[in-house]
Design a protein around this ligand. Structure first.
Ligand SMILES: *[C@@H]1O[C@H](CO)[C@@H](O)[C@H](O)[C@H]1NC(C)=O
Ligand SMILES: *[C@@H]1O[C@H](CO)[C@@H](O)[C@H](O)[C@H]1NC(C)=O
Ligand SMILES: *[C@@H]1O[C@H](CO)[C@@H](O)[C@H](O)[C@H]1NC(C)=O
Ligand SMILES: *[C@@H]1O[C@H](CO)[C@@H](O)[C@H](O)[C@H]1NC(C)=O
Ligand SMILES: [Cu+2]
Length: 626
């Protein structure tokens, strides 16, 4: 572990000295501390297995036969090596969600963006360091909708052990993965979404892979006719008085969730693997892609208390798509010797949940996040500013003009600044990252993400939500492979503005390879004159996924200092399949230690058996794909 002491021009001498003192402290503590960086190794066999839920057998693609997949547990500073063996019929990549991947974009796992996929029957080892961050992260497949069944926790503990948590050492740490169960083919689901059809209902929600007793399973053989057994639910056994660290992860495709445990309160201590100033609440709001760590003291009367994850959706007039809730249980381990007093005969306590259409509770939950320890001071000024609208539009199935407003003549797509992302072709000669690294043009036409929307209108006008001729005029768009280049080290401000064309949902925007300072959020239209003075430059939360409120906005700042080709997208799967994506390209710095090193030697190649791709330098002959 070491740092570079280069005094950058904008750094004051005092700051530089502070950095140096800090660095000396780290070096000293590193020499004293016995713990040394280890390699945490896993083998992930991706394979289809049959699982039965709701009395129906479904073929699901999972890692090592588990759902959720194995949790990776590492210590800050460790190297993680995961051997992915692809025994599934799909092209596969795994993304390490929230891992900063400093100078290691090669391991980011986005198909055709950072790498050629791992073909069926092949394998690849992802290697990355977990340095300078601790807390709850996760991993998931980045292919079609397969992340619904291919995901797991990635936990990074402090180098000096649990005693260095900035909160009381918990008795036990528990990953709580919220997900969903689909009893349909997930690739088909993705094709439907790409065809603008987002009305598929999620079959069930899950906590740690279990559907819970709100769902009926199969009739049990032994029981009388008509008796239906409930689905298993997740159970957390607790001891009275002990403190539990719940590491909540929303791995779901479709919904933000409200999470409560009846009779208990939470202290929020971290989000997206960054510590936050602790605050008490009885409800957690968590969007797809986010993680939230809470302490829960088992201080209720011994008994059984439901843990509920309620799926939210935007209120009407938004088109309503059925989403399902799930529940598990917190169960007190009785110290009593009398077996009948263990509470099994007393009904479990049910929490009062917010309304599924409540958009205020999530807004204020996220508004209450402030960072506890800042890895770096917030840069005072931005070098580049972007205003990015997040919306929905449509393209014609055929020809230039067509009927809109949900007509089948058009396909509904999702957009950033009025352009919808076109995935780089699966048959391209290489990923965008390889093309960028080798200064090649692999025949993929790129379009610059505009810094401002192409259409200016009242972005949050609720009259645009219902389909009709007025909103239809705002729909026409096109599909392009959107990229935005950044000079190394640029301080970038992005204001994300959710829009109301055809829908009014929130957008959890996830940036790969960088954390973002969340400076402010609001309902309605962003107004720089009013909102810039409200920016929190003192202790803004640091997130990899920022929830942009529905009919509202969020302002973020990040330092583009990690060279590579980074996905930036909405973490709602339907928005992503529909194209709410751009690629942020961060240029190399001026030195070796700020430039992307070469790819791993065993990096997957886009060598389809049928076609031989001849790749040429862009200064030479054009690429030939035959
Ligand atoms: C924090 O949460 C409380 C309770 O919901 C709310 O009243 C308050 O406005 C929130 N603070 C911010 C800055 O959002
Ligand atoms: C819409 O049209 C496409 C192409 O003609 C067809 O495949 C699809 O089934 C249609 N969808 C609906 C919902 O009618
Ligand atoms: C935009 O629409 C909202 C909601 O319909 C409305 O309250 C607001 O006044 C409109 N703003 C402007 C500038 O027209
Ligand atoms: C799988 O990857 C190969 C090589 O990158 C590509 O040629 C092929 O089209 C991909 N298949 C699918 C279904 O995307
Ligand atoms: Cu979205």
């Amino acid at each position: 572990m070491y740092r570079h002491f280069r005094v950058r021009p904008h750094e004051t001498m005092l700051q530089a000295m502070a950095t140096a003192v800090l660095a000396v402290f780290f070096i000293v503590s590193a020499t004293v501390a016995p713990a040394s960086a280890a390699v945490v190794e896993h083998t992930f066999v991706v394979r289809q297995v049959k699982m039965t839920h709701l009395c129906k057998e479904t073929l699901v693609t999972v890692v090592n036969g588990q759902l959720p997949g194995p949790a990776i547990e590492a210590t800050e500073g460790d190297t993680v090596a995961v051997h992915v063996v692809n025994e599934s019929p799909y092209n596969m990549t795994i993304h390490w969600h929230g891992v900063r991947q400093r100078l290691n974009c090669w391991a980011d796992g986005v198909p055709m963006v950072t790498q050629c996929p791992i073909r069926p029957g092949r394998s690849f080892t992802y290697r990355f360091a977990v340095a300078g961050q601790e807390g709850t992260l996760w991993w998931h497949a980045h292919v079609a909708c397969l992340r619904a069944s291919l995901h797991g926790a990635l936990i990074v503990r402090p180098r000096n052990g649990a005693s260095s948590y900035p909160f009381p050492k918990p008795h036990m740490e528990v990953p709580v993965v919220i997900g969903d169960w689909w009893d349909m083919d997930l690739e088909q689901l993705d094709r439907n979404m790409m065809d603008g059809y987002f009305a598929d209902s999620q079959t069930a929600s899950t906590i740690n892979g279990k559907l819970g007793d709100l769902y009926a399973g199969c009739s049990s053989a032994g029981a009388g006719a008509g008796a239906v057994e409930e689905e298993d639910g997740y159970v957390l056994d607790v001891e009275p008085g002990k403190t539990y660290l719940l590491r909540l992860i929303n791995a779901g495709l479709y919904a933000e969730y409200y999470v409560k445990v009846a009779g208990h309160r939470f202290t929020v201590v971290a989000a997206d693997a960054n510590y936050v100033t602790p605050f008490a609440t009885d409800v957690v709001a968590i969007a797809p892609g986010e993680t939230v760590d809470v302490l829960m003291v088992a201080d209720a009367a011994p008994g059984r208390y439901y843990m509920v994850a309620l799926a939210m959706q935007p209120p009407e007039p938004d088109p309503q798509v059925p989403v399902a809730s799930t529940r598990g249980m917190v169960r007190y381990r009785s110290r009593s010797v009398v077996p009948s007093s263990n509470g099994e005969d007393v009904p479990a306590v049910v929490p009062d949940m917010p309304d599924m259409h409540d958009v205020d509770t999530t807004f204020y939950f996220h508004g209450n996040l402030t960072s506890l320890r800042r890895p770096a001071p917030v840069p005072g000024r931005a070098d580049e500013r972007m205003f990015v609208t997040l919306g929905v539009g449509s393209i014609c199935r055929e020809g230039e003009t067509c009927e809109r407003s949900g007509s089948n003549e058009s396909i509904i797509v999702a957009t950033m600044n009025d352009v919808s992302f076109e995935d780089p072709p699966a048959a391209a000669a290489a990923s965008l990252l390889e093309a960028h690294y080798h200064h090649r043009d692999d025949g993929v036409e790129l379009r610059t993400l505009p810094d401002a929307p192409l259409r200016v209108f009242n972005f949050t006008d609720e009259a645009l939500i219902p389909w009709g001729p007025v909103e239809a005029r705002l729909e026409p768009t096109e599909k392009e492979t959107l990229v935005r280049r950044f000079r190394h080290g640029a301080v970038v401000d992005v204001v994300f503005q959710s829009t109301s064309v055809m829908q009014s949902g929130s957008n959890p925007m996830h940036l790969h390879g960088h954390d973002m300072f969340v400076l402010a959020q609001g309902f309605g239209n962003y107004d720089a004159a009013r909102d810039v003075p409200r920016y929190n430059l003192v202790d803004p939360p640091v997130k990899n996924t920022v929830v942009v409120p529905g009919l509202g906005w969020a302002a973020v700042r990040f330092v583009a200092d990690n060279p590579g080709v980074w996905y930036m997208h909405c973490h709602f799967e339907f928005h992503m399949s529909m194209g709410m994506i751009a690629v942020f390209i961060v240029e190399d710095g001026s030195s070796v230690d700020s430039s992307l090193p070469p790819p791993p030697v065993d990096f997957p190649k886009c060598d389809s058996e049928e076609s031989l791709a001849v790749v040429q330098d862009k200064f030479g002959v054009q690429n030939v794909l035959s």
